[in-house]
Design a protein around this ligand. Structure first.
Ligand code: GTR
Length: 330
């Protein structure tokens, strides 16, 4: 007489269940993305939104996991990982691509944009599309640009004139353009990753840095560099890129779903960014920072010394034409 052992039935059921999980796990993809900011920062939240949209569009198959707070390294490190396909995606400042994608330099030309409207019209329009498309030949898929406000100088002392910049040891993003930009102001640039700036300022290795209000607040740079002078010298966009190596393994439908989710994250991001800038400004003032308003900056003199920087970095006829297109956009 053979009796079916209950433990064998259970085992079968368990194996069957495991196979179902394995099958869907093989199909499902969780793309890994890197980020230097903390979880609630607008760039991070925009990619979380993108992940939800992507998941909806693929019936729960694809999603994105973000490694924030520079957990996977500096922006330069993570861009290299994306290049070789060790990492699927990254959200960085487009300054991290200055040495890799020549077109990415253009929106970082000092004093290029007249205001945020001019930035939006061009960077969320045809010129932004051109810049994103240019990532392709460098082995990346450019998915979206996001505004990042204007970057300004902060130090222990106010900066109103070029004389105030003279000899200032100032941290810049690792980019030749950023080195050229602050050198033209008479300061002494030190390129270093974002995560190291807090200690650099604290120990006195640096006198100053430059960034927007939300980063100044988040990274607590105001503790050691409590005077924020609204020089507003550059409006470098953030960029979201996918690894071309990984991209080429995806189906056309998946690629389209990723592109759409990234695109749809832009208006979502802008809605978060606007109040974030205001809240961050209020928070740093509360934390003891002093603001030198834009009206007190000798902007004309700053603009003048930066003109040669445009010629130095917009070198080819194509790049010059892109600059003209942006300048002419009304
Ligand atoms: C921020 C930007 C970061 C990072 C940082 C920096 O504004 O969001 O991606 O580039 O600046 O200065 O390193």
């Amino acid at each position: 007489m053979t009796t079916r052992s209950p433990s064998r039935t259970l085992l079968r059921a368990a194996i069957a269940a495991a196979l179902v999980v394995a099958a869907s796990a093989a199909d499902a993809r969780t793309f890994r993305s890197a980020e230097v900011h903390a979880k609630d920062f607008p760039t991070n939240r925009a990619v979380m939104f993108m992940s939800d949209e992507l998941s909806k569009a693929t019936g729960g198959k694809d999603s994105i996991k973000i490694f924030g707070d520079s957990a996977l390294g500096s922006e330069k490190d993570t861009v290299e990982q994306v290049k070789i396909g060790a990492l699927d995606m990254v959200r960085v400042s487009s300054a991290s691509f200055h040495g890799i994608v020549p077109e990415s330099v253009i929106p970082s030309l000092p004093f290029l944009f007249r205001d945020i409207e001019h930035f939006r019209k061009t960077m969320y329009g045809p010129q932004g599309e051109k810049i994103l498309a240019a990532f392709d030949k460098a082995g990346f898929v450019g998915l979206a640009l996001y505004e990042s406000g204007a970057r300004s100088v902060y130090a222990k002392k106010p900066v109103r004139t070029l004389a105030d910049m003279k000899g200032l040891k100032i941290r810049v993003q690792p980019s030749d353009l950023m080195v050229g930009l602050v050198s033209a102001m008479g300061a002494s640039p030190t390129p270093m990753p974002f995560a190291e700036v807090y200690t650099g300022l604290k120990t006195g290795l640096l006198d100053a840095a430059e960034n927007n209000y939300p980063s100044y607040d988040e990274a607590k740079h105001f503790e050691s560099a409590p005077v924020f002078s609204e020089t507003m010298h550059v409006m470098t966009p953030e960029v979201l890129v996918f690894s071309k190596k990984v991209w080429d393994t995806l189906s056309k439908d998946e690629q389209a779903a990723i592109r759409k989710a990234a695109r749809d994250s832009v208006p979502y991001y802008v809605k978060l960014w606007e109040p974030k800038e205001k809240d961050a400004k209020a928070a740093v003032i509360k934390g003891g920072a002093k603001i030198v308003p834009a009206s007190e900056i000798d902007r004309k003199a700053f603009v003048e010394v930066e003109r040669p920087v445009w010629d130095k970095f917009a070198t080819t006829p194509e790049l010059k034409a892109l600059v003209q297109e942006i300048v002419n956009a009304k």
